[in-house]
Design a protein around this ligand. Structure first.
Ligand SMILES: Nc1nc2c(c(=O)[nH]1)N[C@H]1C(S)=C(S)[C@@H](COP(=O)(O)OP(=O)(O)OC[C@H]3O[C@@H](n4cnc5c(=O)[nH]c(N)nc54)[C@H](O)[C@@H]3O)O[C@H]1N2
Ligand SMILES: Nc1nc2c(c(=O)[nH]1)N[C@H]1C(S)=C(S)[C@@H](COP(=O)(O)OP(=O)(O)OC[C@H]3O[C@@H](n4cnc5c(=O)[nH]c(N)nc54)[C@H](O)[C@@H]3O)O[C@H]1N2
Ligand code: SF4
Ligand SMILES: [Mo]
Length: 642
């Protein structure tokens, strides 16, 4: 008889779903969504429904690998860890701990991965990353404007009259928001969608605006101007907003027609959108895509301002929701992070900055839960930066593009073998993850790897404790509020620190206690010129979690979707070269007349080893705030392959 085991999905996704697994004789037969989890509601997404293909992929690596004579050879754990310890101790003694760089990314969002940061902090502190390729620009915007970044309860959307999905493709990236949106719609809410790319989310919405990529700041300013002109703003807003008049002047610095022209939407469309937004309560669900631009932070600040002046902050059904504070319930105060680090590397500029680092140079890199070669801009530079270090350790389950640059590869568990705690960035439930099956013999969790390394570098005591002990440590504050580990082991628990409505009473944790309104325009996004006429838009695909797929899905050229008139001389299904000023790759062209003529859409997460990596074509550039990556500002062209 199969047994049932419950765990939590740890992938970099807003939803942190409850998973129910059926296990027989140590093998997982099936996984599905937990029907008792209020957000998961019994279903998983396409990519995780297929997770068992990855779990049982013959390409999975289950022994440590050491580079010898250019190739990898399997070695035992003792040899691997002795070598890692010897190198770490030597670099620290010779060049100081800043010569070692620990890079951790979003392969899993489990909070126990902070134990890896803790290890390297206690060993060093070593060089760490700063900025954030994923959400850095938006995080900085919301912290500047509101003093903190969080959201109303997910189900508060049922109180909204209007919901704007602003650059957010819920079908691909936040699928468990869908049932809530559908319910809100059934109760009479109106859904507005703003995205330069046509995608399935459009089918859900009542009004669709397809602005020019990066045109959202102008769209928001035009919207603000309409709200002011038609007296649809909250009369109390000047009382809880700083720089109200300066913001108003910014909105009035151009006519509605000019703002609409800059956003490339018809003025009457913009005005209609503004009026509908003005009929609140209105919630803006802010996508992550549009802040990956030169004006990304300023754009999110403009949306924050719309929420503020229209009276949609601190009320049910309102909000400008970019992120749910997923780590907020956990106590990570014993880790200093960036404050403790002797040096930091700006994440979007990782390749160039690692190459340029001096005093001391970076001699060693340890990669935890990341695939920076495939996922950071300028893949070739990132690969070169790693290949030219003296010692690179990659902890993963697969020989990723990054692992191929390693000197030492250490095999780790998958999410169905790991033991952890999760918060979510799309709702406020906390949940427990537990091993559904034991890992293949010899494979260790990140915690076990560092616990095995610890006595070799004098950190045995600092790292001791079972996964459960570490969970207790991270739950110290939450347990006092009733979110105990024992309860979490039974099922998801609502974060006890968050109210249903954020900023109730319109008090904001900024220095003045008021909203800090944006009052100057961010930099302009460069528009494509005739030689490279398309915005290269490499965005999430429902099929994969970033680069986490199987080789089967990386077979053949990547698909590039464009408007027929954006691909002169090309027919649907043709092969072409997709070229930017930074690089090129072969793609299969898909023609789609619903797209704008200035975008080409390719999936994010393509493997460099399969010739499908968009980041080989994208230069490393930061956003206007928060040191995010301006992934989508690269311009491209399609050249027929004959
Ligand atoms: N299936 C799947 N789901 C995922 C992931 C995945 O790889 N695959 N990745 C996860 C990760 S890492 C994250 S951070 C989250 C969020 O993942 P994201 O993929 O960032 O999710 P979205 O918020 O949908 O943002 C993408 C949307 O932004 C739009 N966009 C791009 N530029 C602009 C612009 O200038 N203006 C406007 N208005 N829109 C623009 C794109 O067309 C796209 O529809 O989701 C996660 N979910
Ligand atoms: N062109 C372009 N590039 C992008 C984006 C884009 O939209 N366009 N989106 C960006 C965004 S939003 C993000 S968040 C990043 C994501 O970038 P990454 O977080 O680097 O992406 P993943 O492909 O998920 O790689 C994580 C790796 O962690 C491994 N892993 C999984 N679980 C564990 C574990 O428990 N321990 C260890 N040690 N490893 C584990 C996986 O096998 C995988 O190889 O990519 C960014 N890159
Ligand atoms: S990836 Fe996201 S939607 Fe898919 S199962 Fe995991 S948490 Fe749920
Ligand atoms: Mo992300």
């Amino acid at each position: 008889m199969p047994s049932t085991v419950r765990t939590t999905c740890n992938r970099d996704c807003p939803d942190a779903c409850g998973i129910v697994a059926e296990v027989e004789n140590g093998r997982i037969l099936r996984i599905g969504g937990d029907p008792d989890h209020p957000v998961t509601r019994g279903f998983l997404c396409e990519r995780t429904n297929r997770f068992l293909e990855r779990q049982y992929d013959p390409d999975r690596v289950t022994t440590p690998l050491l580079r010898r004579n250019g190739g990898f050879v399997p070695v035992g754990w003792d040899e691997a860890l002795d070598l890692a310890a010897e190198r770490m101790l030597a670099f620290r003694a010779e060049s100081g701990p800043a010569s070692i760089f620990h890079y951790r990314s979003g392969g899993t969002l489990g909070v126990l991965k902070y134990a890896c940061d803790y290890f390297f902090e206690r060993f060093g502190p070593v060089t760490t990353k700063r900025g954030d390729i994923c959400s850095g620009a938006g995080d900085a915007a919301q912290e500047t404007d509101f003093g903190l970044e969080d959201s109303n309860d997910l189900f508060d959307l049922l109180n909204s009259r209007t919901i704007v999905l602003w650059g957010k493709n819920v079908f691909a990236s936040s699928i468990h928001t869908l049932p809530v949106l559908r319910e809100a719609k059934a109760r009479g809410a109106r859904l507005l969608f703003v995205d330069p790319v046509w995608n399935r989310t459009a089918t859900l919405c009542d009004r669709i605006l397809r602005p020019r990529p990066g045109g959202d700041f102008a769209l928001a300013m035009g919207t603000a101007r309409v709200l002011f002109e038609e007296e649809r703003t909250d009369p109390e807003a000047p009382g809880y907003c700083d720089r109200f008049e300066a913001f108003r002047s910014l909105a009035f610095s151009r006519s509605v027609e000019e703002w609409a022209g800059r956003a490339d939407v018809a003025p009457e469309e913009l005005a209609g959108f503004a009026r509908e937004y003005g009929e609140g309560p209105s919630a803006i669900l802010v996508g992550w895509g549009m802040q990956r631009r030169a004006n990304g932070s300023g754009t999110i600040r403009a949306l924050d301002a719309l929420g503020a002046i229209s009276g949609n902050l601190g009320v049910p059904g309102g909000g400008v929701s970019f992120y749910f504070k997923r780590r907020g319930a956990f106590d990570t105060s014993f880790i200093g992070g960036l404050r403790a680090a002797p040096r930091s590397i700006c994440e979007p500029l990782l390749g160039p900055e690692v190459l340029a680092a001096e005093d001391p140079p970076i001699r060693m890199v340890w990669v935890t839960a990341g695939n920076p070669v495939a996922m950071l801009p300028e893949s070739e530079t990132v690969a070169r930066a790693l290949e030219t270090r003296e010692f690179v350790v990659v902890v993963d389950s697969f020989l990723t593009d990054t692992a191929r640059c390693a000197d030492l590869f250490l095999p780790t568990t998958t999410m169905l073998e790991d033991d952890d705690l999760l918060g979510a960035y799309g709702h406020h439930y906390l949940a427990n993850a537990r091993p559904v099956v034991p890992p293949p013999p010899g494979v260790k969790t990140d915690l076990e790897i560092l616990q095995a390394l610890a006595p070799r570098v004098g950190l045995a005591e600092a790292m001791e404790g079972s996964a459960r002990d570490w969970k207790k440590r991270f739950l110290r504050r939450a347990e006092a509020k009733g979110a105990t580990l024992e309860r979490l082991e039974e099922g998801p628990v609502l974060n006890p620190f968050v109210p249903k409505v954020l900023f109730e009473g319109r008090r904001f944790p900024t220095p003045s206690g008021r909203v800090n309104l944006i009052h100057h325009a961010p930099p302009e996004v460069d528009l494509p010129a005739p030689d490279y006429p398309l915005f290269l838009t490499s965005i999430s695909t429902a099929k994969a979690q970033a680069s986490q797929t199987t080789a089967r899905f990386q077979d053949g050229p990547a698909e590039a979707t464009v408007h027929p008139q954006a691909a002169p001389g090309l027919r649907d299904g043709d092969l072409a070269r997709l070229e930017t000023r930074a690089g090129s790759m072969t793609v299969r062209v898909l023609l789609d007349p619903r797209q704008r003529r200035d975008v080409v859409v390719v999936p994010k997460g393509g493997w460099r080893s399969a010739g499908r990596c968009a980041n080989s074509l994208i230069r490393a550039r930061t956003t206007d705030g928060g040191e995010g990556a301006a992934y989508y500002d690269e311009h491209a062209r399609l050249v027929p392959l004959r």
